[in-house]
Write a protein that binds this ligand. Structure first.
Ligand code: GKR
Ligand code: MG
Length: 420
């Protein structure tokens, strides 16, 4: 029987543009951890997750504990992760009822690598292992950001050619370029950056320029209940959904009760215990799945089933990521029939750096074709992995800190929730 014989965790850094959000601005480098699980018969399974030190420590604490495991034994993997993170006493019977978010995150990174091995061992794609693809192409949404043209304090850092986006006309220009280059057919604006009236104008401008496109805005809870209701009124008839206008299930429920469009979230429903109150209070119409924190692909499938049961819609969240994550997201979305919305992805902001070999995962007509090779269907580019690992060693970022980075340029900046 195939067994896990070794695990390598490699932190990497890739260039990230100065994208603005309600917490501040993206630093020049985004961090990821690349997980490689090797088997005694020569297979390598890939996973990718957050690269901050706290995550690396957890991955490294778990890595020795999973050696010897059968890569098909996902329940045992659950248990080993919880044991290694001190969430269940060693030797206690396996259970997964009340896992913490850190445990779900750590499990998710290894679970994707295990699925990759399973696929390579059986000649099946991950989508097939998840029950079979119900779509061959997975639609993604253009993720529009207000942004600066370049990182102000990094003279050696070559800026990308997207330029600044600071007003509605810039956002329409950014959307046009995204649509032209990648064929996106739905648009999401990261809000919570400028006063709500300006962001409402940006959505009006997008609606005028792209009248048939589903539009979303996500201010990451930068608005009060009153502001959220006013924005929802101003955008009546223009939004596919309004994502996390305000903070917490109760506040979201108050907004939902007085808004015409559904509310979506990747903030107030992020673990199982949040689902019952959110459903009971009718706080959200759509939950964004994310295998990085919903307990991997199997945990996300469980979430999909719960959403289906309660008539809640399902979309997919993204953070800055590389190709292993995009492959996992694509297989998951392909095999999840009730995923009814174009998924989020930060892919266009990635400036061409990746740890997977090019050729698969191209964004065409707004979609990524499900990779056909076994497992995730992507190949690790070892030279690129080494380069991005060296870039990690050279760069000073060790923890994402959008607020601290913004304060370097605007010392008066404070993180406020709600801000308006
Ligand atoms: O990349 O700035 C960003 C986003 O704001 C990200 O951190 C969010 O987690 O995209 C995410 C979201 O939908 O909230
Ligand atoms: Mg969001």
């Amino acid at each position: 029987m195939t067994k896990i014989s070794g695990v390598t965790i490699t932190p990497v850094a890739f260039r990230d543009p100065p994208l603005l959000n309600s917490n501040g601005v993206h630093e020049p480098f985004a961090l990821r951890a690349i997980v490689e699980c090797r088997t005694d018969d020569g297979l390598v399974g890939l996973g990718e997750t957050y690269g901050e030190l706290v995550h690396l420590d957890r991955l490294r604490a778990v890595a020795p504990a999973i050696e010897g495991l059968d890569p098909f034994a996902l329940n045992e993997l659950h248990h080993k992760v919880a044991e290694a993170l001190g969430e269940v006493p060693a030797g206690a019977p396996p259970a997964r009822s009340h896992w913490s978010r850190p445990a779900e995150e750590t499990f998710g990174a290894f679970e994707v690598a295990f699925f990759d091995i399973q696929g390579k061992a059986t000649g099946r794609t991950v989508a097939e292992l998840l029950g079979g693809a119900v779509r061959t192409e997975v639609p993604y949404s253009a993720y529009l950001f207000y942004r600066w043209a370049e990182h102000p304090a990094d003279p050696g850092y070559e800026p990308d050619d997207w330029g600044a986006a600071l007003d509605p006309a810039d956002i329409v220009a950014q959307a046009s370029r995204m649509v032209e280059r990648y064929g996106f057919t739905s648009l999401k604006l990261k809000g919570g950056v400028f006063p709500p009236a300006e962001e409402v104008e940006a959505i009006h401008a997008l609606h005028t320029a792209f009248p048939d496109y589903p539009l979303r805005i996500d201010p990451n809870a930068a608005w009060s209940v009153e502001t959220s209701i006013a924005v929802a009124r101003a955008l009546d008839g223009e939004l596919e959904y309004l994502e996390d206008p305000t903070d917490g299930i109760d506040a979201m429920a108050a907004v939902a009760a007085r808004s015409s469009m559904p509310l979506a979230t990747n903030m107030c429903v992020v673990e199982l215990s949040h689902v019952p109150p959110a459903v009971e209070k009718k706080a959200v119409g759509i939950v964004l799945a994310d295998h990085h924190y919903w307990g991997g692909l199997s945990g996300s499938r469980r979430l999909a089933g719960i959403c289906e049961t309660f008539g809640v819609g399902l979309s997919m969240h993204s953070n800055s990521h590389l190709g292993i994550s995009l492959a996992a997201m694509t297989h998951l979305a392909a095999a999840t029939s009730n995923l009814g919305y174009a998924c989020d992805t930060h892919r266009p902001w990635q400036a061409g750096e990746d740890v997977v070999a090019p050729g698969v995962l191209e964004l065409r007509d707004g979609s990524v074709a499900v990779p056909k090779g076994p497992g995730l269907g992507v190949e690790l580019d070892r030279d690129a992995l080494r380069e991005l690992a060296e870039q990690y060693e050279r760069c000073s970022v060790r923890r994402r800190d959008d607020t601290g980075y913004m304060q370097r340029f605007d010392p008066s900046y404070v993180r406020l929730r709600p801000r308006w």
